[in-house]
Design a binder for this molecule. Structure first.
Ligand code: SF4
Ligand code: SF4
Length: 283
């Protein structure tokens, strides 16, 4: 399953970015398919991208004073979140895959302080929701603040390739790009030591999908009568989850490592609506 997940991640990255010729010409595809969001974080301006990033789309509509609410983007996130939760992060997000590759580099590994997982909810509230809407109200047009000031996926997938391909863009480089490059380099270096630091600390899309984990259709369960409390599952979890206690933690990306590690077979995945008693016990 480890290999299967790796192949699915790679396949998804190609499916979201099939316009490979644009990596030579320096164009951005702007056809009809760009009106459709893909479920994962993949920059709209990436030369290879065929669809839109849901986070970028959400900020764009919130920043426009004529669209106070986007039923399409919100509905899209609700549908994918309520069916799959953070399975999307673990299996079909290209930027998550890149961080996992970086983490394989031999380097001393570290644990992430648990409280840092809460930072992404603040970034969601301020940069994705508040700033675009506040700009739309006070200035008449807001800006996609997360994309503009933070998103390292955009810097890697769009900023750097376009700078290499379109010489005219280089004269426009300034302190904002320096900030974004610094954030990207920080994520790259920290990824050597910590598993998926961007997903765990900064990603607002992971924050949204994580909120659905406890109620999503695809979910995990722990058979209490079979679990001996040995801790093997928590020991293998690189996202810092103890699935014996919280099988549907918002931090779980459904990688499946814990399912394979349990000597008792107490952990399993399932599809369907959660029963009230199980939810109360598990969460
Ligand atoms: S709880 Fe299990 S499936 Fe979730 S991230 Fe940890 S090891 Fe992966
Ligand atoms: S590995 Fe299995 S038996 Fe051990 S604590 Fe986790 S769920 Fe329980």
């Amino acid at each position: 399953m480890v290999k299967l997940r790796g192949w699915v991640q790679l396949f998804s990255a190609v499916v979201w970015n099939p316009m490979l010729g644009n990596f030579i010409s320096g164009h951005i595809y702007r056809g009809k398919l760009k009106q459709i969001c893909i479920p994962a974080l993949n920059c709209y301006s990436c030369p290879g991208a065929i669809g839109s990033c849901p986070l970028g789309s959400l900020q764009t509509v919130l920043a426009d004073p004529f669209y106070n609410f986007s039923f399409y983007v919100i509905g899209y996130l609700l549908v994918f979140g309520s069916i799959l939760g953070r399975w999307i992060c673990g299996w079909v997000c290209p930027f998550g895959m890149i961080q996992e590759w970086l983490h394989r580099v031999p380097f001393p590994k570290m644990l992430l302080p648990r409280w840092m997982g809460g930072v992404k909810y603040g970034i969601l509230a301020v940069f994705v929701l508040y700033l675009p809407m506040a700009g739309a109200k006070s200035l008449g047009l807001g800006e996609p603040a997360f994309c503009k000031y933070i998103c390292p996926a955009g810097t890697l997938e769009a900023g750097l390739p376009l700078l290499g391909l379109v010489p005219g863009l280089r004269s426009a480089l300034g302190s904002l790009f320096a900030l974004k490059l610094f954030i990207l380099l920080l994520v790259v270096v920290v990824s050597f030591m910590i598993f998926r630091p961007f997903c765990r600390v900064l990603c607002p899309l992971g924050a949204i999908y994580g909120l659905f984990n406890p109620v999503s259709w695809y979910r995990y369960q722990c058979a209490r009568e079979a679990c001996t409390g040995c801790g093997s599952c928590a020991a293998v979890c690189k996202m810092g989850v103890n699935p014996a206690i919280r099988p549907n933690s918002p931090e779980c990306i459904r990688c499946g490592d814990c399912l394979r590690s349990c000597p008792q077979g107490a952990l399993s995945s399932k599809y369907g609506i959660n029963s009230t008693t199980e939810a109360a016990a598990a969460e």
